[in-house]
Design a protein around this ligand. Structure first.
Ligand SMILES: [Zn+2]
Length: 237
């Protein structure tokens, strides 16, 4: 099992670790990981691990059960099991994922409809909504989104048990992405506090600390996808 350090400290970009396994497909498993494993529409992290005089480029990160598997560039020398390494993210790329990801939470506030899908890149993100009717004017939605960003609301986390979540189905906005249950407890992401709380939903992704850190965004194309679905694109400026 790999300790997912990104869950408790998404700003940690470099730390040590020990190789616990090299998988059959040549992935490196560490005892703990700053590398986010692909999931919930957010890509896996890239970066490097280094040991002795060696450096290995990590191009993607995936999860298999409780293991986080770092996928290296092919045909490169791998560390041995038991080796201690330094792991370092491509921080600029990850930070863009965090900005986009948190921005998508706000998009789900501006458009309060069930979410049927989503994806994130370093340049933009999109959410698919169960939205049979055309939305409001794009620029009106964009102005609301920018207002939430400029309020610089805190992004906080809470943990609840799987059972508590099962008793609160209203918390789950995403119809396609299941909340990260199974570990006995689930993390909730809360945006804004007290009377100013605007969003609360289970999420295993990485987020910025305050909405102001998302920075400048625009809403791009709104595409019709099938009878009920519409896809809303949000771009980092
Ligand atoms: Zn999230």
């Amino acid at each position: 099992m790999t300790e997912p350090l990104f869950l408790t400290d998404p700003y940690l970009s470099e730390t040590g670790g020990t190789v616990t396994e090299i998988t059959e497909d040549g992935s490196v498993v560490l005892d703990r990981s700053v590398f986010y494993a692909r999931g919930g529409g957010q890509p896996g992290d890239s970066g490097v691990i280094t040991w002795n005089q060696s450096e290995l480029r990590i191009v993607d990160t995936v999860r298999r059960d409780a293991k986080i598997m770092l996928q290296p560039e092919p045909d490169m020398p791998l560390p041995s099991v038991g080796q201690t390494v330094i792991q370092r993210l491509d921080w600029e790329r990850r930070h863009r994922f965090m900005r986009v990801h948190t921005g998508l939470h706000l998009l789900s506030v501006v458009i309060p409809l069930p979410v049927t899908g989503g994806a994130i890149t370093a340049a933009k993100g999109r959410l698919d909504f169960d939205m049979p009717e055309p939305p409001q004017d794009r620029l009106v939605l964009e102005a609301r989104l920018k207002e939430l960003i400029s309020r610089d609301l805190p992004v906080m986390e809470d943990w609840i048990t799987d059972d508590e979540l099962a008793a609160r189905p209203d918390l789950v906005k995403t119809m396609s992405v299941k909340p990260p249950v199974g570990a006995g407890r689930v993390r909730l992401i809360r945006i804004g506090g007290g009377d100013d709380q605007i969003d609360l939903q289970p999420c295993g992704g990485t987020h910025v600390r305050r909405t102001g850190e998302i920075g400048a965004v625009t809403i791009g194309k709104i595409e019709k996808k099938g009878a009920r679905n519409r896809r809303v694109n949000m771009l980092l400026a």
